[in-house]
Design a protein around this ligand. Structure first.
Ligand code: SAH
Length: 343
């Protein structure tokens, strides 16, 4: 019999299940405490009667994600994980250690249907979305592996979070709950390639989670060459949606801009981007592209990155250049899975 991932359940659902098993409802709370402490086996839940633990084993499993591979960067301690799902699929997660705490980058889908040209996941296509419990399991496994609390969560792993909208929102709310991880919304970031209807929906969720939008180009022409989604949502439409978002939430948007040599990194591109973003409550995070095997994109030179940055600054756009972590363990998302699947 197929068992239910207990991490997929909300507290109210768990209570129902417990009642169905003929057990007192207060057991749900005890169980909940164990699982969010990171206990991976019912047998370790010492304050639950043995007969109850046996019943639990028959009906539930915890997490459904196993660490199939783990790589630790010798340079900076970044850890890259390959997780195996119960149905034999693979996703990735990354742990980054910062002065301010431990940050994890998690996957939201097995594969992705967005098809961005420069991304390691694109060529592999889409399999299915991850459940709330599978997202939570990635975090709990990483926390257990490092023996320290995770303080920041970014959804920038494999998949398009807004293509798995309901589960992602439920997951973020669950992470914030005081009886689970109690992670502040302000320490969570969702990244999207620019799905306009979901950005609008997100603006109305009333949760102060950071929003990142993967822009990577100053106009539709260049954007459409590297990101098929640009044909569905035009640059102007994304911009007007961003204005609605910032007005509604008062929150600054981060634009991700991956610099690719000879594609989107010229002075004129920076000029155009600077003009179009001017007046919007935003910030640009520049990332040197991580060349994917067999791909045709290469990193812009340091000088190019600096020149691009200065032009944006002349337009009074705050800019950061993302520090690259875990370069020695192919920590750019999707690469480990791609290597493993051998495509
Ligand atoms: N689908 C979401 C989140 C996952 S990708 C999104 O598009 O935002 C997380 C970030 O990594 C995105 O900004 C994505 O464009 C970027 N990215 C993907 N492949 C990359 C690569 N090879 N080099 C640099 N950044 C990459």
């Amino acid at each position: 019999m197929q068992t239910t991932n207990i991490l997929d359940l909300e507290m109210s659902e768990l209570k129902n299940e417990i009642e169905k098993l003929g057990e007192p409802v207060f057991r749900a709370k005890q169980l909940w405490q164990w699982i969010y402490q990171g206990t991976e086996s019912f047998d370790q839940m010492s304050n639950l009667p043995k007969s109850f633990r046996e019943k639990l084993k028959q009906h539930f499993h915890i997490g459904g994600m196993e660490i199939a591979q783990r790589m630790i960067s010798e340079k900076d301690g970044t850890r890259k994980y390959l997780f195996a799902t119960l149905d034999g699929k693979a996703v990735e997660g990354v742990l980054m250690k910062y002065r301010y705490g431990n940050s994890v980058c998690l996957s939201t889908q097995i594969g992705c249907r967005m098809g961005c040209q420069f991304c390691a996941s694109a060529g592999l296509g889409m399999d299915r979305s991850l459940t709330v419990g599978e997202m939570m399991a990635q975090l709990l496994s990483i926390q257990k592996d490092i023996g320290e609390r995770v303080s920041h969560v970014v959804l920038m792993g494999i998949g398009e979070p807004f293509d798995n909208y309901e589960n992602v929102i439920r997951f973020l709310r669950r992470l914030n709950a005081p009886d689970t991880m109690a992670i502040s919304y302000r320490r969570m970031t969702v990244s999207t390639c620019g799905l306009v209807p979901e950005i609008l929906r997100f603006a109305n969720e009333e949760i102060p989670v950071n929003l990142s939008i993967s822009l990577h180009a100053p106009n539709d022409e260049i954007r459409a060459k590297i990101m098929p989604i640009a044909k569905r949502y035009a640059f102007d439409k994304i911009l007007s949606t961003c204005h609605i978002y910032t007005q509604k939430t008062g929150r600054r948007i981060t634009f991700e801009y991956t610099l690719m040599q000879g594609v989107n990194d010229a002075d004129e591109h920076a000029e155009e981007l600077g003009k179009r973003l001017s007046g919007l409550l935003c910030h640009v995070n520049m990332i040197p592209v991580n060349p994917v095997d067999g791909g045709s994109f290469s990193k812009s030179s340091k000088e190019r990155v600096e020149a691009f940055k200065s032009i944006l600054e002349e337009h009074r756009i705050p800019v950061t250049v993302r520090r690259e972590l875990g370069g020695d363990i192919s920590a750019a998302c999707g690469q480990l899975r791609k290597n493993t699947l051998g495509k």
